[in-house]
Ligand binder design. Structure first.
Ligand code: PRT
Ligand code: MG
Length: 209
């Protein structure tokens, strides 16, 4: 049995063709059914559908052999207890600071709202900026508008969400894409089947880029 953890949102859509290139096609559509364990065309391969931020946890504890997770999520979770063999180059975006369009340049002592606490702490420390980090779980864009923070650290793709809220991107922190992750024990015990899957997905990534 091989279990692969994926989240339901944008990553799932973009992961489907890559999984298909490794011969894995889910039978149910997670948007239409409420099943959390999806059967695939292969009897011994299942997909588990979980929150994006939970994917590294499932893989680390061996509840899934493999997973697909954003680099943003992996950095916050810590990836010492996982293998990360492949950059899938899907669900790409940038991690940025952002502030109100009328706000002054980011100063040396600031308040920052983000769900990326570790990444933000590390980034501002490296810049010599004293940042008080306020952890939020969503709608970060609201924080500068209501005076909760001077700026936010969030993912930016088109920039439309920032623009719609009178915010603008300021500093680029890092490029983000989704990665294939593997449980360390599974990599040993199921080496042949997992290595074949990695190779097939790597070829598909190369073809797509
Ligand atoms: O939705 P849920 O709470 O279950 O979890 P989630 O929001 O983490 O899942 P999902 O599916 O929305 O995102 C999963 C992964 O997609 C993230 O971990 C990233 O690696 C990747 N990704 C790529 C993005 C974006 N692009 C992105 N633009 N995740 C979120 N966004 C959000 C961003 O936070 C902001 O609110 O989209 C908005 C900005 O988009 P633009 O196009 O307006 O700039
Ligand atoms: Mg979401």
């Amino acid at each position: 049995m091989l279990t692969i953890a994926v989240s339901k949102g944008r990553i799932f859509e973009e992961a489907l063709p890559l999984l298909a290139s490794a011969g894995i096609i889910p039978i149910d559509d997670p948007k239409k059914c409420r099943k959390l364990i999806l059967d695939t065309n292969q009897e011994d391969v299942k997909l588990v559908i979980i929150r994006a931020t939970d994917v590294p946890t499932f893989v680390e504890y061996g509840a899934a052999d493999l997973g697909i997770a954003g680099k943003d999520v992996l950095i916050e979770h810590g990836s010492e207890n996982l293998y990360e063999p492949l950059d899938l180059k899907i669900s790409t975006c940038r991690l940025m600071t952002a502030a109100h369009v009328d706000a002054p340049p980011i100063g040396k002592r600031i308040r920052v709202a983000t769900k990326y606490v570790k990444t933000a702490q590390h980034y501002f420390a490296a810049q010599g900026i004293q940042a008080e980090i306020i952890k939020l779980y969503g709608s970060m864009e609201l924080a500068p508008l209501v005076g909760l923070a001077d700026c936010i650290v969030d993912l930016v793709d088109t920039g439309n969400t920032l623009k719609a809220n009178n915010l603008e991107p300021r500093d680029f922190i890092m490029s983000i894409s989704s990665r294939l992750i593997v449980n360390k024990a599974s990599m040993k015990k199921k080496h042949q089947v997992i290595q074949r899957l990695i190779n097939q997905m790597a070829e598909a990534v190369a073809r797509q880029n």
